[in-house]
Design a protein around this ligand. Structure first.
Ligand code: AGP
Length: 608
């Protein structure tokens, strides 16, 4: 996510903004910028790179005098990292400046309309559309212009806005992206997150969706989208700075697990339009999709596990043969690819050396490569023939959660798109699938709210030596990811097994009290997995079952059951993984491990 900081008051704005942006660096970004009203004009300085570049450019803000300003650290979503794509963006006369965090989903049609009206654009961003739209509606009343823009834009936004001919007032508004307002005797502040302004005030207002904040050095007013004034209560922040960076959560991993509902929404909703799957960046014609003979999904670690699920979904719905490869294997196995093969590389960081090498190997063999990537402008994003971004925002914890969930969504959407184009599903079936997808964010939220129960169960296993995860089909893919999560943050040995394979040797490891987590979310396989549960029970295992509500039969054999809400069986990974992530997290916390930075691990493995 991007970082926003704004200030209006008695002090110089630039140093406050730079300091606030430095407190948001943990969120990850690729460029930074600032706009300050210097008494006559809005001065704008921005550049790709670290905040330090902006500090040097502005001599720590000294070259940008003024008491009203906005600043931004950009996590690129639309448009690669560059000076021109950095925020703030502004209208042609530079009398309106705006910083933005979020995704304007309908920016392309709005941009086309503005182009037809003679507007010109400098950047590739969705945000610049907002700057020109404000210009279009501005007739001297900023609040009126802002509310008119809010009626036109779709998607998520947190906006900080300056109007040159209202040099004493800072404007801000949000929808689905975080934004807070702070107030002290020195002035008013806006920020994406508490850490940015904690040094200046603990007196904070949480802005609700489409509430417009208008603030001066000593006044603060809130208005609805219909320009009615609103009364809001301030909240006093009790957190210290470290807790504030994690949004009050103990670890980034827990914060990011809680963000999964939003990252699933952010990755999905711009791509479900008017009853169709729209993946503008796909770069494949319908004919190419119809002629596709095989898909190779190539990745490492959790991204590989997401691809494992992707295989079952793509083959199950679109009926296209899929091979899933570990990138470190793919690059050396002399793969047999043909012109009608599509290679999909999946990567959160976009910098994983093995995955990047696999991408190059596929291209060397004449294959088209689609990247499913979270970091805009990363090596894989730049080198893939086409990129489908997972808009999960920066992921700080080494153990991926929200990016993994977003990868699943990208693979579901791709499968539905291909199935629709190849005529494998009816329009009614497509509608049903999309309805199930739309329910996932709220269902994820529901599961996250059940975390205390998981914590109590996890506390029983902090001394465990071996924990097994078993499942069939998609449940096997889920087991792989659950096992990795547990291993990488709790250092407990764990294995994931295709449930039907356990009896071919590994079942000899099951002893009295060994925990076996059985994932059973595929109705067609309920009975088979139930028999595997009975198998391990008879050897003394304690069985945790993760299954879909309604499958109560499993209670006859399992010792502890976690139910997930009902969804299409193809999408159960998105739900079953939630309690299993929480299980791994609480075991790690119980063991006193470094949850966010586990030993021996890096967030991105950029070496072979
Ligand atoms: C995930 O929890 C792990 N940290 C790791 O397996 C990761 O998924 C793998 O290294 C791939 O990283 P990428 O998605 O950035 O390519």
């Amino acid at each position: 996510m991007c970082g926003i900081v704004g200030y209006v008051g008695k002090q110089q704005a630039a140093p406050i903004i730079l300091d606030g942006l430095s407190k948001l660096e943990y969120r990850g970004y690729d460029s930074a910028g600032m706009a300050v009203f210097d008494g006559k004009y809005i001065q704008i300085q921005k550049s790709v790179g670290r905040l330090k570049v902006l500090e040097e450019l502005t001599h720590d803000g000294r070259t940008m005098p003024g008491v009203l300003g906005i600043g931004h650290t950009r996590w690129a979503t639309h448009g690669a990292p560059s000076d021109v794509n950095s925020h703030p963006h502004y209208n042609e006369e530079e009398t309106i400046a705006v910083v933005h965090n979020g995704i304007i989903e309908n920016y392309i049609p709005l941009k086309n309309k503005l182009l037809k009206k003679g507007y010109t654009f400098l950047s590739e961003t969705d945000t610049e559309v907002v700057a020109h739209l404000l210009d279009y509606y501005y007739k001297g009343n900023p609040l009126e212009a802002i509310t008119k823009v809010l009626h036109r834009v779709e998607g998520s936004y947190a906006l900080g806005i300056l109007f040159a001919d209202h040099p004493d007032t800072l404007y801000a508004v949000r929808k689905d992206s975080p934004l807070i307002v702070g107030k002290s005797d020195e002035g008013c502040f806006i920020a994406s997150d508490v850490p940015a302004i904690l040094k200046y005030t603990r007196n904070v207002y949480y802005v609700e969706n489409q509430e417009v904040a208008c603030m001066t050095a000593d006044s603060l007013h809130f208005y609805s989208v219909d320009e009615e004034e609103l009364e809001k209560e301030a909240v006093t922040i009790e957190w210290d700075a470290s807790a504030a960076e994690k949004g009050g959560y103990e670890h980034f991993m827990l914060k990011e697990m809680h963000e999964q509902s939003k990252t699933v929404t952010d990755t999905m909703s711009p791509r479900i339009k008017d009853g169709k799957i729209v993946i503008e960046e796909l770069g494949l014609t319908d004919e190419e999709i119809c002629n596709m003979s095989r898909i190779y999904m190539v990745a490492c670690g959790s991204a590989y596990h997401a691809a494992m699920t992707g295989k079952y979904v793509m083959e199950g719905i679109a009926r296209i043969p899929v091979e899933v490869d570990l990138a470190s294997e793919f690059r050396y196995r002399d793969p047999i690819l043909d012109d009608n093969s599509l290679v999909i590389v999946v990567s959160q960081s976009g910098e994983t050396a093995d995955t990047l090498a696999a991408l190059r190997e596929a291209q060397k063999r004449g294959c088209r490569v689609l990247g499913i990537v979270n970091v805009v402008g990363s090596s894989i994003a730049r080198e893939a023939d086409n990129v489908m971004y997972t808009w999960a925002g920066p992921e700080i914890a080494v153990a991926t959660t929200k990016a993994y969930s977003a990868q699943l969504i990208a693979l579901y959407l791709l499968s539905l798109k291909f199935a629709d184009v190849r005529g494998k599903i009816t329009k009614e079936e497509l509608t049903d699938y999309m309805e199930d997808l739309k329910r996932l964010p709220q269902q994820i939220e529901l599961l996250m709210n059940n975390k205390e129960r998981i914590q109590r169960f996890a506390n029983r296993y902090i001394a465990a030596k071996d924990i097994f995860f078993i499942g069939r089909g998609i449940d096997y893919a889920i087991s792989l990811e659950a096992s990795l999560k547990l291993k990488e943050i709790s250092y407990i040995h764990s294995e994931a097994y295709a449930a039907g394979e356990l009896k071919h040797g590994t079942i000899s490891l099951i002893e009295d009290g060994t925990l076996v987590a059985a994932v059973s979310t595929q109705p067609a396989l309920y009975k088979k997995t139930l028999s595997n549960i009975v198998e391990v029970k008879s050897r003394g295992a304690f069985v945790l079952a993760v299954t879909t509500v309604g499958n109560t039969e499993i209670e006859k054999a399992a010792d502890y059951v976690i139910y997930i809400p009902e969804t299409n069986p193809f999408f159960t990974d998105s739900l079953a993984i939630i309690p299993l992530q929480l299980f791994a997290y609480y075991v790690s916390v119980g063991k006193g491990c470094d949850v966010d930075k586990p030993r021996n691990l890096a967030k991105s493995v950029t070496v072979e």
